[in-house]
Design a protein around this ligand. Structure first.
Ligand SMILES: CC(C)(COP(=O)(O)OP(=O)(O)OC[C@H]1O[C@@H](n2cnc3c(N)ncnc32)[C@H](O)[C@@H]1OP(=O)(O)O)[C@@H](O)C(=O)NCCC(=O)NCCS
Length: 393
């Protein structure tokens, strides 16, 4: 019989709930590894599609294999026509994360593999999800602005095609590469809240689309993926602020959080933030915008204030510098979290397949933790049921 361990109200911090071969974090040293490879090396030398292949298959592909993988993604980019038609009827002010989440079952309905529970079928569905997420975000953005969605361009890479479908302009190579690096850095992060949600849902044998829809819901929260949009809101509010340290101090004194700082696992600077900080600086130099300087000032003020409070572990996370990076790339604030999802869907699908096919553990197992009941209790016979007439007296 399994050993019973009691942990309560700790947000499962420090509790190991499963084995995984997909990614690894050393929170003390600030290291993130996908399938054995450091993210710095992948960001430097790889592409998002190559990383998606790595996450899904567990190994870096050779040229021919990668070309075949990319071809399959390119060919799967188009959305079913009924989705575009329904987008036109949806409220224009709908939140893009809600639209993305609502689109997942719409994509499922058109998937010929939905009832096939084999690993191969799940892999094909994962590919389609990765291919179509950018198309959903771009099509929604254009539709809400009264524009027609654009067809995908098969000559363009994954990131370049997204920017084309979003802005209707072919991006320069550098812009597409910057976005590709952002997608690499966000692709996976062990048992974060959204990945755990995906795995928990498919542990019931629900299909991959049901798992991914749950992941989007979890990612949308401001303590998780929604933090990048909150960081951008903070930056815009502070654009002309003269006293940044004073603002940070007042915020912490009022019990509010500085968005984009702190992490449940990292006790030092998030390695993705280090990389994105450099990118924000380069983009600032290229575009003449000063968001990098402002972010650095807030970072420093935050570090100083947290140090004074004995919380040296609260340092910038991935969302702190991705926000100014996306902003300087012309990405609207409310699309920042959907872009996180465009990347993370590759990690979610890898974890879903690992969970469904027990690739890191002995056998698939339904997640079923317990809760201690602390509500009304009148003994095992139950409280006396009072008829409505009695209650209304
Ligand atoms: C991500 C996050 C939830 C991780 O938190 P955690 O360290 O696991 O645990 P908690 O949320 O319980 O925080 C621990 C303490 O640090 C404080 N803290 C953590 N991050 C903080 C932040 N960004 N600003 C102010 N205080 C913060 C909490 O208020 C709490 O203080 P308390 O012990 O006095 O109540 C948290 O750092 C946070 O809310 N950050 C801002 C949101 C964000 O950027 N999210 C994206 C994460 S990638």
């Amino acid at each position: 019989m399994a050993q019973v361990v009691n942990f309560k109200n700790t947000g499962l911090r420090g509790v190991t709930v499963a084995d995984t071969k997909v990614s690894f974090i050393d929170g003390e040293k600030g290291v993130l590894i996908y399938r054995g490879y450091r993210i710095e090396d992948l960001a430097e030398h790889s592409t998002f599609t190559e990383v998606a292949h790595l996450l899904l298959n567990g190994f870096l592909p050779g040229r021919e294999l990668l070309e075949d993988f990319e071809k399959q993604i390119r060919e799967a980019r188009a959305l079913p026509e009924y989705m575009i038609e329904s987008f036109r009827k949806w409220p224009k002010d709908a939140k893009p994360m809600d639209v993305l989440q609502a689109s997942v079952p719409l994509l499922a309905m058109a998937d010929p593999d939905l009832s096939d529970e084999s690993r191969e079928a799940n892999f094909r569905m994962a590919l389609r999800l990765i291919a179509r997420f950018p198309a959903v975000v771009a099509a929604w953005h254009r539709t809400r602005n009264g524009l027609d969605p654009l067809p995908p361009d098969p000559s363009l890479s994954h990131s370049a095609n997204f920017l084309w479908q979003l802005h209707g302009k072919k991006p320069d190579e550098e812009a597409a590469r910057y976005l590709d690096i952002c997608l690499i850095l966000h692709a996976d992060h062990t048992f974060n809240a959204s990945t755990f949600a995906c795995r928990e849902v498919v542990s019931t044998r629900a299909h991959i689309y049901a798992g991914v829809a749950a992941g989007i819901g979890a990612l949308s929260g401001s303590l998780h993926g929604g933090a990048n949009a909150e960081v951008m809101k903070m930056l815009v509010e502070l654009e002309f602020e003269k006293d940044i340290p004073g603002w940070v101090k007042a915020r912490l004194e009022s019990g509010d959080r500085v968005m984009g700082m702190g992490h449940a696992v990292y006790k030092t600077m998030d390695p993705r933030a280090k990389y994105l900080k450099q990118m924000a600086q380069k983009l600032g130099e290229k575009t003449g915008q000063r968001w990098h300087e402002l972010s650095s000032q807030i970072e420093q003020a935050g570090l100083d204030e947290f140090r004074r409070r004995g919380k040296t572990e609260i340092q910038p996370n991935v969302d702190f510098y991705s926000a100014p990076v996306y902003h300087m790339m012309g990405i609207p604030r409310d699309l920042m979290t959907p872009i996180f999802a465009i990347s993370r869907v590759s990690g979610w699908c890898s974890h879903i397949i690992e969970e469904k096919f027990a690739e890191a553990q002995e056998k698939p197992q339904l997640y079923r933790p317990q809760a201690e009941y602390v509500g009304q209790y009148c003994g095992l016979m139950g409280c006396e049921y009072e008829p409505m007439e009695e209650r209304d007296k």
